[in-house]
Design a protein around this ligand. Structure first.
Ligand code: DOR
Length: 425
């Protein structure tokens, strides 16, 4: 099958240029102006829309196997494609937990059958993500992006040391959900701070995140393992990662769209504002912005974490942790960060595509003749309202519902195939 994508503003070698793209048998066969193909090609005229490298999300929850009532590999990856993503890394808090070759295979078979975009799972660090015993990391290593117990921190320092030594020997990163449970109050709902006090809610102390990052960085120093911090939400974590990089440790980190654009002053008593870690203070938000501008924060992940409507219907105090993000992350960030003059579109592409692709060895991150097409076409002029009822994800909870944003995904080509196409194309 051939596709001729005409009149694009193509992001190529860090700059935009007007060009058409010819996709032949999944690969970018030619790029240039006035391309012509006769016969069997499907031709699309994009009238100046932008062709970006497909977005890459290093942190999503696809919920299958085990929690298909929340999301499936099919619905989650269709949501990814609709948001402009061509590759995602899926988290292991599943049933069964991918903690052995056999359990991982169950997930890989579903991915093989149903995924609309590239999915590279993480293997668990510990058996059942229970923290007591190492998972069979060796059996999983060839198939995974790294190892994570996302949803829970690894509480035992000795266990984390063993995991880092094994991950180092296998050449895979440890992808840490950093959370010291000893520093958490039972029943927390929001960041500890003004909002928690004013509304009589139990607060989550920022220290529960950064203390565990601090511990882990000491272990990285000791073991020499590749280390990535998930959903960074506190200014202290940004500072720790900055120093670790300066020191030369092989450390990267991600933050989420909600931590960059919201603070606990924006909270509403709505399950769409409840996630772990929670949205924090203005000072934390500013530190994260500084981090994405100076390179301390390497990438932006949605932490797409769908739950059923019932599970999200209990307001801040009574909902499960987790919001969806795949279908609105790019327009939210483009509107707030790029149109808001905080960072360049080039930097946003690095944060949302090239950097995660490189770090986790995923396809994409660039548009290059001769390579498989992993391309997201966005109309950056188009303004629209985020309406969760239109999501392809089964999850609907997002703090961005109702936001007016710019940057609509018109088409996504993942691994050479059209994975999403807007009705207007
Ligand atoms: O908000 C969250 N939801 N944070 C996590 O760490 C886990 C995730 C989930 O699996 O729902």
């Amino acid at each position: 099958m051939k596709y001729l994508l005409k009149n694009l503003n193509v992001y190529y070698k860090n700059a935009f240029q007007r060009a058409d793209i010819l996709i032949d048998n999944g690969t970018v066969a030619a790029m240039g102006s006035g391309l012509f193909v006769g016969g069997d090609a499907a031709v699309f005229d994009f009238q100046g829309a932008c062709a970006l490298p497909g977005l890459v999300d290093p942190h999503v929850h696809l919920r299958e196997p085990g929690f298909e009532y929340k999301e499936t590999v099919r619905t989650g990856t269709l949501a990814a494609a609709r948001g402009g993503y061509t590759a995602v890394c899926s988290m292991p808090n599943l049933k069964p937990v991918p903690d052995s070759g056999e359990n991982l295979k169950k997930q890989l078979d579903i991915i093989e059958r149903d995924a609309a975009v590239t999915v590279r799972p993480y293997g668990a660090i510990t058996r059942g993500e229970r923290g007591g015993e190492l998972a069979d990391m060796e059996a999983m290593a060839p198939y995974v992006a790294g190892f994570s117990d996302d949803g829970r921190g690894v509480q035992s320092e000795d266990m984390m040391r063993l995991a880092m030594e094994a991950a180092r020997d296998l050449g895979r990163p440890i992808v840490a959900h950093a959370e010291d449970e000893g520093l958490l109050k039972k029943g927390w709902a929001v960041n500890s701070g003004e909002y928690a006090k004013a509304h009589g809610l139990i607060g989550n102390d920022p220290e529960s995140e950064w203390r565990q990052v601090e511990r882990d960085l000491e272990l990285v120093r000791e073991t020499g393992c590749k280390y990535h911090v998930c959903h960074v939400s506190t200014k202290e974590t940004v500072g720790l990662v900055r120093l670790a990089k300066f020191e030369g440790l092989d450390v990267t980190c991600e933050t989420g769209p909600h931590y960059l654009t919201l603070t606990d002053k924006d909270l509403r008593d709505d399950g769409g504002f409840r996630m772990n870690p929670p949205i924090r203070s203005e000072e934390d938000r500013e530190a994260l912005i500084e981090g994405i501008c100076d390179g301390t924060v390497d990438m932006i992940a949605t932490d797409h974490a769908p739950h059923s409507p019932e599970e999200k219907s209990g307001g801040l105090a009574g909902s499960l942790n987790g919001i969806v993000g795949l279908e609105c992350a790019f327009p939210v960030l483009y509107t707030k960060l790029v149109l808001g003059n905080i960072t360049s579109l080039q930097r946003l592409i690095e944060l949302m595509s090239s950097a995660p692709a490189r770090r986790f060895g995923l396809p994409g991150g660039r548009i290059e003749p001769g390579e498989m097409a992993n391309i997201a076409i966005f109309d950056l002029e188009r303004e629209f309202t985020i309406d969760p009822s239109e999501f392809l994800s089964m999850g609907r909870a997002t703090p961005f519902a109702g936001w007016r944003v710019r940057g609509k995904c018109l088409m996504t080509l993942a691994d050479g195939k059209i994975a999403w196409r807007d009705a207007d194309v």
